[in-house]
Ligand binder design. Structure first.
Ligand SMILES: [Zn+2]
Length: 359
């Protein structure tokens, strides 16, 4: 598929005001921030800013060792005494795959809720704001602004799996789709090999989810890990989207206790979706890594290993309408899937802090 054909396939429609699917839309929302603290944590290879928006003061705690060394010394508190903090810290990382704008929309609406108590639709969201006020919240609204800038449809809702593959993973020089997971077999992705660089990648061809975490190739990855390292979040969420019902991917290469915790949080979130009549995917089972090709050590794994966070990868549906087995959802349902996730995450973090957490 060519770029011109892909652009011709974008439905003629007006996206709802609450849908934030472009860099300009994000800038507009960031310009409204009064209560939160906003900073630039990196410049992408395409010279776009990567922003961090935070709510709630940072509580100072001792910091004597990096996480890996503290664990080696048998004392996680040598990295950071999380129990000494009064409020839990939650890190929410917006799409590192630029076309997965469901997460960007969700986070932009969360920012509006933290600012005003209502989402961009104008619906009161007092409970989310109340829970959010009891946490320190760190939001990276767009983890890959280069990919976002390349994404012309602003949303894949109502589009096809072929559209998703073109905008997500891109197309080779001969017009064939790069595909998933084949697009991961050339990394960095080379401009010379593709007719369209998929929104998975930043302008240097890096897929932040699969960076080299021991020597990050992308400034976006390094900045996200720096935030986690410095802040020591209790919970960290990397927001993604695909064609399926909402689900959480088992965090790989982290202790079973962390996996159990994430599974428990996922179960609570699923119950909230059910309560709201929203179907979801299956929960995962904790387990060790195995196989001649084991799961990959990805951004979510790295977040745990620099900060001890219970880290998870969330997959939202795009709301595709075309294609067998695609999960159908309209724009406001996609927003609700995200807002219910943040509510579940905040509630879980608060209960865990007060040691009232149970599964
Ligand atoms: Zn993704």
């Amino acid at each position: 598929m060519s770029l011109s054909r892909a652009i011709a396939g974008i439905p003629e429609r007006e996206l709802p005001d609450f849908w934030i699917g472009t860099s300009a839309g994000l800038r507009r929302e960031l310009g409204r921030i009064r209560r939160g603290w906003i900073s630039t944590i990196a410049r992408s290879p395409g010279r776009h800013r990567v922003h961090l928006v935070s709510y709630g003061d940072r509580e100072k705690t001792g910091h004597k060792a990096n996480f890996c060394s503290a664990i080696g010394g048998g004392d996680p508190c040598s990295y950071l005494d999380k129990a000494a903090r009064k409020r839990p810290v939650v890190l929410l990382i917006g799409p590192v795959h630029g076309h997965e704008t469901e997460g960007l929309t969700g986070l932009a609406n969360l920012i509006r809720i933290m600012e005003t108590g209502s989402d961009i639709l104008g619906r009161k969201q007092s409970e989310i704001q109340r829970l959010g006020n009891r946490c320190r919240i760190l939001i990276v609204p767009a983890g890959n602004p280069d990919g976002l800038a390349r994404f012309r449809p602003a949303s894949l809702q109502g589009m096809s799996k072929t559209d998703m593959r073109f905008w997500g993973q891109g197309a080779w020089k001969n017009g064939e789709l790069c595909g998933w997971p084949e697009c991961k077999r050339l990394h960095p992705m080379r401009h010379s090999r593709v007719s369209f660089m998929g929104c998975y990648f930043n302008d240097a061809g890096i897929n932040i989810m699969h960076d080299d975490f021991f020597r990050p190739m992308a400034p976006e990855t390094a900045a996200i890990l720096d935030v986690a390292r410095l802040e020591g979040p209790d919970l960290a969420v990397s927001l993604h989207s695909c064609e399926y019902a909402p689900f959480v991917i088992r965090p790989a290469f982290v202790p079973l206790e962390i996996q159990e915790k994430v599974r428990c949080l996922t179960g609570q979130y699923f119950r909230s979706l059910e309560h709201n009549g929203i179907p979801h995917g299956p929960n995962f089972f904790p387990g060790p890594e195995r196989g001649s090709v084991p799961p990959s050590f990805n951004l979510t794994s790295a977040l745990y290993h620099v900060s001890g966070a219970s880290a998870l990868t969330f997959e939202s549906p795009h709301g595709l309408l075309k294609g067998k087995g695609a999960y159908k959802a309209n724009f406001s349902q996609l927003l609700d899937i995200h807002l219910l996730l943040y509510e579940a995450v905040f509630r879980f973090a608060i209960l865990e802090k007060s040691q009232k957490f149970c599964c």
